[in-house]
Design a protein around this ligand. Structure first.
Ligand code: GCB
Length: 616
């Protein structure tokens, strides 16, 4: 038990006495202990563009302990001085000097076999020494992602919290920093809860931890918080819009330079915001020619730099047009999951993902079911792949709960803010397989509206379900979408393909449809007879049948099956699966290709030949 005591010299005997009113047993009976640590919550408005900025890395070794009972919050561990145990006058229940260490970024589930299924709180502690900077400089902590809720403490004081397991957050440290060593503690809680996003039921593994990079960012007193550079929709690639948001409601002039396009463009800024459009004729970005332009933006003492591609994506009737040309999305879904690293994505892993997608002759990836590492879209920009990014509004979200909406909306806006300058991203996904209820319609239409408000340059979609009552593509949400995503598992969960024929025959769409999932489990190396479940033959045959049918429906403008690699999911426990979803075209070793990989790559090669140059 913790007794926060002070030595009261006046007491005369040198023994510690309790401060007035302090009850050392209080925390045993206080079930509202967590409430203060959900305050000071940061969100999408607090994000800062890191484009071209140098982050001082805090990755590497941290002290680490699991905290199943939230004792650290109940007993306020963070307030205790980090004295060695031998010098204590009252007992404590923690001793960060005695903990094991871990490496950030990482997931605790893959650190020790006995922690594989741990869901709860954990503490990360390290010293941070911040060298003095220029006068007026501000220092922010940036966490790339922490699943799911994070609370940050500096020098014994709670300074901010964040929820949402796959988007970055910033907390300002200026004013809390001491000269010399500072003690930084981050409490991360990955408990699944029915009212969170995702909720407690998902078909992927709930990894916990500080699993993306952590660093410090120094910026001047007034800095560029956010900026966007994109083609003006409908301008035929002839006009560019730039918008800038400063950290303060200051006025002045921001200056933009785009090498090879614009020498120096002045952007008047009033009350912290500015927006202009100007004529330009950039070479357009496409998967075939992923042209990027170096962009530099300055305001006062601050500068950001990026490499940006210009392209236009829109729908016209049942078609998807990239730079005005019809495109068929030859896709594949992918999770962030690694047998050894869990949810940690390294640059090498992302590049392998994209190299495998290119080997499939794909031009599109659905980054499911949550925002992936930001590097993914940067690399897709560079190598020429189109992306769908989505938020984990998955299955039975608590759609009637306004706080759940606030959480989902914040995650969506954080994703858009983080990635809106990436040409590769063409679709924002607002959900996956949610039942068509009134509450869900209001919730997800609200998310679609947020997408349009934040970013008028991209398409909005969601992976919908088949309407089984009318057996057709019919979902009230489609009104709010540009592209209808459809998950269907004919040939797997529903053995016959007749349903797919019926579905296509019954459906009459005025928008493009993308098959956002289909597939079958197959144990790598287990050939199986035709029709035999969990065999590679059946998986490969399913791809052939699906593509035959899909290609016959004119409004199907993309095929994005499930999934590139086998991935961990504890809800699958047959003799074949044992905690893994085996619908990958490649096994969990990320090397062994199943037969269906070749099948799809051949079919995509044929489709690519029919494609206009932009989508090739
Ligand atoms: C789905 C889900 C996806 C699952 C997949 C499956 O419809 O969207 O998250 O993993 O099916 O394998 O059943």
């Amino acid at each position: 038990m913790d007794a926060k005591v002070e030595t009261n010299a006046a007491a005369g005997d040198g023994k510690p006495v309790l401060p007035p009113g302090h009850d050392p047993y209080h925390h045993l009976h206080d079930e509202a202990y967590a409430a203060p640590f959900s305050e000071a919550r940061v969100g999408w408005r607090d994000l800062i563009s890191v484009a071209g900025r140098r982050l001082e890395s805090l990755d590497g070794t941290w002290n680490f302990v699991l905290d199943l009972h939230d004792e650290g919050l109940r007993q306020r561990w963070f307030e205790d001085a980090p004295d060695p145990i031998g010098g204590w006058t009252t007992p404590r229940d923690y001793d960060d000097g005695a903990w094991q260490t871990t490496t950030v970024p990482s997931c605790w589930n893959v650190m020790r076999p006995e922690w594989t299924y741990f869901e709860g709180g954990a503490w990360y502690t390290r010293e941070v020494t911040v060298a003095p900077g220029r006068a007026g400089e501000r220092v922010f902590l940036r966490v790339g992602a922490a699943n799911y809720e994070a609370r940050v403490f500096l020098n014994g004081v709670f300074i901010g919290s964040h929820r949402g397991g796959s988007t970055p957050f910033f907390i300002e440290l200026t004013g809390h920093l001491a000269a010399g060593a500072n003690r930084l503690q981050i409490n991360v809680d990955n408990r699944r809860r029915p009212e969170r996003v995702p909720m407690n039921h998902t078909d992927w593994f709930n990894y916990g931890g500080l699993y993306r990079e952590v660093g410090l960012l120094r910026v001047p007193a007034v800095f560029i918080r956010d900026f966007g550079v994109a083609l003006v929709p409908g301008s035929q690639g002839r006009r560019i819009a730039i918008d800038v948001t400063l950290s303060e409601p200051t006025s002045g002039t921001a200056r933009l330079r785009i090498d090879g396009l614009a020498e120096e463009i002045a952007i008047p800024v009033a009350a912290g915001v500015g927006r202009i459009t100007f004529d330009a004729a950039p070479e357009l970005w496409s998967p075939a020619r992923p042209k990027l332009y170096p962009v530099r933006l300055t305001f006062g003492e601050d500068e950001v730099a990026d490499a940006v591609g210009f392209r236009e994506i829109r729908v016209e009737g049942q078609r998807i047009l990239l730079n005005g040309e019809d495109i068929f999305l030859r896709g594949i879904c992918v999770h962030e999951d690694d047998r050894d690293l869990g949810k940690v994505s390294t640059e090498a892993d992302i590049r392998r993902r994209f190299a495998d997608a290119k080997a499939l002759n794909a031009n599109f990836l659905r980054l499911s079911h949550y925002p992936h590492h930001e590097l993914a879209a940067r690399i897709a920009d560079e190598v020429g792949l189109l992306l769908w990014e989505e938020v984990p509004v998955y299955w039975a979200i608590d759609f009637a709960n306004p706080d759940t909406f606030a959480d989902a909306d914040n995650q969506l806006r954080e994703m858009i803010r983080r990635d809106r300058n990436r040409a590769s991203i063409v679709i924002w996904g607002v959900g996956n397989e949610n039942a068509d209820t009134d509450a869900r319609l209001a919730f997800m239409s609200g998310l679609a509206a947020s997408c349009r408000e934040m970013d008028p340059t991209r398409l909005v979609s969601a992976a919908c379900l088949i309407n089984r009552e009318h057996f057709r593509v019919e979902d009230r949400l489609s009104e709010a979408l540009d592209v209808i995503g459809l998950n269907e598992y004919f040939g797997w969960y529903e053995p016959s393909f007749d349903g797919l024929k019926r579905l296509f025959a019954n459906s009459d769409l005025d928008k493009p449809l993308v098959i956002t999932e289909t597939g079958a489990d197959a144990v790598a190396g287990r050939e199986g007879r035709p029709g035999e479940l969990f065999g590679e033959t059946h998986q490969s045959d399913l791809y052939e049948r699906q593509l035959d049918l899909v290609e016959s429906a004119p409004y199907v403008r993309g095929f994005c099956p499930w999934i590139l690699y086998d991935f961990r999911t504890e809800r699958r426990q047959t003799a074949y699966q044992r905690g893994w979803n085996l619908k990958g075209l490649i096994a969990a070793d990320k090397t062994t290709r199943k037969k269906a990989f070749t099948t799809l790559s051949e079919r995509y090669s044929e489709l690519a030949q029919q494609q206009t140059p932009a989508g090739a």
